[in-house]
Design a protein around this ligand. Structure first.
Ligand code: PNW
Length: 483
């Protein structure tokens, strides 16, 4: 792998870091962020590490998924950006860039090839020490995600997130990580995007993610996986808070992705709210809302469906009083991933050229809200939408409904437009717009936003799109390895 900067995009970020190159005259004069605002970049283990052969790492559900279902360019994560070997130069690139924090994830099967903590891979344990040390040496603070989708295959074979034993297994793995790395890591993210995994992994009808293959009965499995994600987060966070926080003095949170749903007309406000609660509130409400539990509107809708489908119990599992209590305040901050806004309408019989494919999924049918995109929000043929105001709206929602909890944007970014390559004008436009929206949310709306992590530091393995989509701040010139 060789890297070089995508120069225009870097100019955008440097400007916001208070360095030399202005985004444009207006924003360079006005864009003052709080002094302690964190400017950062993110990656995840499976997408960048490579180093899969001969390193003692066990297989993950993504390795098998890619053998069974080919992705867009028939690629795998065998080499990816080779950060398993190239972390020293990656740290140097980050230092050059001037970022203060780096979000990466630990590969669970690299530490524990079979998933359970009774058999550790010492080479894997050493790798993350080396990576963290090299970051710290370069003045970059590590922000560590414990789980970014690469579940050890042996646990996947035991039902993965449909098995409620996952809560114990994840807790044991998390405890090991806190114990091993907690002296150096002061910000932990338990789980990345439980919504994407529950819907695309455990009910994958639209964009396929591992483990896949749960189409039968997936109207149940999606909510069961989601339930176990929540409980596993709560378990890991409780372990951190009870056993480590007082001495290690770090923070623990979760990363949840949200689309913003804009009502088409004033009559569509309830539809837009329902869609938003079904996506974001599904995971955020129990953790951040003062009342806890799943969102009331979501429970009501699932109850309507229970009756309609003639079932004895609703498909959305119930949280017990004890679980509600454990989940409430289980996160010191919210990690927010934002890429998309959509228009929501209560009228299901309309038709729009840019209607959202997720409406055809089981999740979309449960929500029963018509979702589509405005043509001017489109960026090429990508699934990402340009509507920075949506990010600002979400930040205001969090402020209003979740006690103004601290928020880190843990992902935001866009793939390079075809033909633009290193002269990535549309990406600078996207990033600038979103950073401006965050700025307004802080300075005009008093939202409690603490940092912005650009997705991604490097062009990397983009799941079902393989290496065909480049999200990197740094261009990676060789990105091929086929299965
Ligand atoms: C996130 N959607 O995934 C992930 O956290 C990253 O690993 C990924 O590379 C990045 O966004 C860019 O795709 C998403 O369809 C995947 O709405 C799909 C969706 C959202 C986020």
């Amino acid at each position: 792998m060789a890297t070089s900067m995508a120069p225009v995009l870097v100019a955008a970020l440097l400007c916001c870091l208070g360095l030399s190159l202005p985004l444009n005259e207006k924003s360079s004069k006005s864009a003052k962020f709080p002094k302690d605002f964190v400017w950062a970049a993110a990656t995840s283990a499976f997408q960048v590490e490579g180093g899969q052969i001969g390193t003692g790492r066990g297989p993950s559900i993504w390795d098998r998924f890619l053998v069974l279902h080919s992705n867009k360019d028939n690629s795998s994560g065998e080499v990816a950006c080779d950060t398993y070997h190239k972390y020293p130069s990656d740290s140097a690139l980050m230092k050059d860039l001037g970022i203060s924090n780096y979000r990466f994830s630990i590969s669970w099967p690299r530490l524990f090839p079979n998933g359970r903590v009774n058999k550790v891979n010492p080479e894997g344990v050493k790798y993350y020490h080396d990576l963290i040390d090299s970051l710290l040496k370069n003045g970059i603070k590590p922000v560590v995600t414990l789980y970014h989708w690469d579940l050890p295959l042996s646990l996947g074979d035991r039902g993965g997130w449909l098995n409620d034993a996952m809560v114990d297994w994840f807790g044991d793995y998390a405890r090991f990580c806190f114990q091993e790395y907690g002296a150096k890591v002061k910000q932990w993210i338990t789980i990345n995007e439980p919504h994407t995994q529950s819907v695309y992994g455990y009910c994958s009808q639209v964009a396929s993610h591992a483990p896949g293959g749960f189409q039968d009965n997936c109207e149940w499995s999606m909510y069961l996986a989601g339930h176990n994600f929540l409980l596993a987060h709560a378990r890991a966070a409780s372990i951190y808070k009870r056993e480590f926080q007082a001495t290690q003095k770090g923070l623990v949170g979760i990363t949840i992705n949200a689309n913003w749903y804009e009502p088409d007309t004033s009559r569509d406000a309830a539809a837009a709210n329902l869609a938003f609660e079904f996506m974001f509130g599904w995971f955020a409400n129990a953790i951040f809302h003062p009342k806890g539990d799943y969102p009331a509107v979501m429970k009501r809708r699932m109850e309507v469906l229970r009756k309609k489908e003639g079932r004895v119990t609703a498909r959305l599992p119930k949280l017990t009083a004890e679980q509600i209590k454990e989940l409430k305040n289980s996160a010191d901050f919210l990690g927010l991933n934002y890429y998309v806004s959509l228009i929501a309408s209560a009228n299901m019989s309309r038709s729009e050229p840019l209607e959202s494919p997720s409406m055809k999924s089981t999740w979309g049918r449960d929500v029963n809200v018509f979702m589509f995109s405005r043509p001017e929000w489109q960026i090429g043929d990508s699934w990402i939408r340009y509507h920075p105001e949506g990010l600002r709206q979400i930040l205001n929602f969090v402020k209003k409904n979740y006690n103004n909890i601290p928020v880190y944007i843990t992902e935001n970014g866009v793939m390079g437009a075809p033909g633009e390559d290193m002269n990535d004008k549309s990406r600078i436009f996207y990033v600038k717009g979103h950073i401006d929206a965050v700025h307004k949310a802080i300075t005009e709306d008093s939202c409690n936003v603490k940092g912005y992590f650009f997705w991604s530091l490097l062009d990397n393995f983009e799941w079902h799109a393989g290496y065909t989509e480049r999200f990197g701040m740094y261009h990676v010139s060789i990105l091929t390895f086929t299965v």
